[in-house]
Design a protein around this ligand. Structure first.
Ligand code: IPM
Ligand code: MG
Length: 361
């Protein structure tokens, strides 16, 4: 899509630190793309408190019509006792599902200035650049039946269903292969797509492996494909993360592995994500971090994940790769200049960190 004057970004700041970090992304957007129309709406717990639902139909309708949606974070302990279908997380699952943004891109890269902040030795993470492609709208978070039932013997039974169809696997795998094509010059052990599942014990995992292999042979044989069991992948991620280029995983494994990968990069406060559907569907963007209730309201959260989510908005939904490149470079320069929030070993507050980035824009 070419840059036009009529693009609209919908901000859903949400709960906890969401509003604090989203506000900084909004300031950056206003600076680098003054023509962009920006709207804002309630989402998550704050929507539940005001309207009795984490996502109103009016906001959902709006989401279908804008060019991209940037979320902050949802959830917090004050909504723990709310019925499951009204919880903030239910709003998140609904917006993902209704937009059908099945491909969740979670990059895990290490800014050179932060190699020392990783939980791993700097030489293991320096230059790290992984793209996790997580299936986002199916699998065990959505499969039916899903319930807690009362058994005649007085016990209770919790059930979730892991299920994947051929097309659900193929469409997200295609995204991973296409992304790998655009990421050249990789020299690790798994230079193309590394697909993970538990095909040794799960039928859905076996189907996953078979369908990915088939699609690869049909259309993407120019890309290197490897398979690994998800548990071994978790181990490999901390043993030799630079081996991995594009990591393809289902909804559950992708959720877990992306949190793991975030710690390689210094802090989960650094990482953005993009959730994409078919062409024409607005992309949904969000920091990988959660609402962090423990530091909410203090103005000390790291705004980088939100600002880099805006970077992904520019790149993947608005056709403004040049602006995206500028934002990415400005974050790198701010870090090189020593800008640090508490999560990455500094004492800057949210606003100061954003200002340090804005200075380079
Ligand atoms: C994430 C989060 C969500 C998920 C929760 C909040 C529902 O952990 O985006 O990774 O599990 O997808
Ligand atoms: Mg998660």
């Amino acid at each position: 899509m070419a840059a036009t004057n009529s693009q609209t970004l919908l901000l859903l700041p949400g709960d906890g630190i969401g509003p604090e970090v989203t506000e900084e992304a909004r300031r950056v957007a206003a600076h680098v793309a003054p023509d962009l129309a920006i709207e804002e709406a309630y989402f998550g717990g704050v929507s539940y408190d005001n309207f009795g639902t984490p996502l109103t139909d009016a906001v959902m309708d709006r989401a279908h019509k804008v060019d991209a949606i940037l979320m902050g974070a949802v959830g917090g302990p004050q909504w723990d006792s709310v019925p499951r279908d009204k919880r903030p997380e239910a709003g998140l699952l609904r917006i993902r599902k209704e937009l059908d943004v099945y491909a969740n891109l979670r990059p895990a890269f290490c800014f050179p200035a932060l190699a020392g902040a990783s939980a791993l030795k700097p030489e293991l993470v320096e230059g790290l650049d992984i793209m996790i492609v997580r299936e986002l709208t199916s699998g065990v978070y959505f499969g039916q039946p899903k319930m807690i039932e009362q058994l005649p013997n007085g016990e209770r039974r919790g059930v979730d269903t892991q299920s994947y169809t051929t097309s659900e696997i193929r469409r997200v795998a295609a995204r991973a292969f296409e992304l790998a094509r655009g990421r050249t010059g990789r020299t690790g052990r798994f230079p193309g797509v590394l697909s993970c599942e538990k095909s040794n014990v799960m039928d859905s995992g076996l189907l996953w492996r078979e369908e990915v292999t088939k699609l690869h042979a049909e259309k993407y044989s120019d890309v290197k494909l490897d398979h690994m069991l998800a548990d071994a992948t978790a181990m490999h991620l901390v043993r030799a993360p630079k081996d991995i280029n594009v990591l393809l995983a289902d909804n559950l494994f992708g959720d877990i592995l992306s949190d793991e990968a975030s710690m390689l990069t210094g802090s989960i406060g650094m990482l953005p994500s993009a959730s994409l559907g078919e062409p024409g569907v607005p992309g949904l963007y969000e920091p990988v971090h959660g609402s962090a209730p423990d530091i909410a309201g203090k103005g000390i959260a790291n705004p980088i994940a939100a600002i880099l989510s805006l970077e992904m908005v520019m790149r993947w939904s608005l056709g403004r790769a040049d602006v995206a490149d500028r934002i990415f470079a400005a974050v790198g320069k701010a870090l090189e200049g020593g800008a640090r929030t508490a999560d990455i070993g500094g004492s800057m507050n949210t606003r100061q960190m954003a200002d340090a980035i804005l200075k380079h824009l």
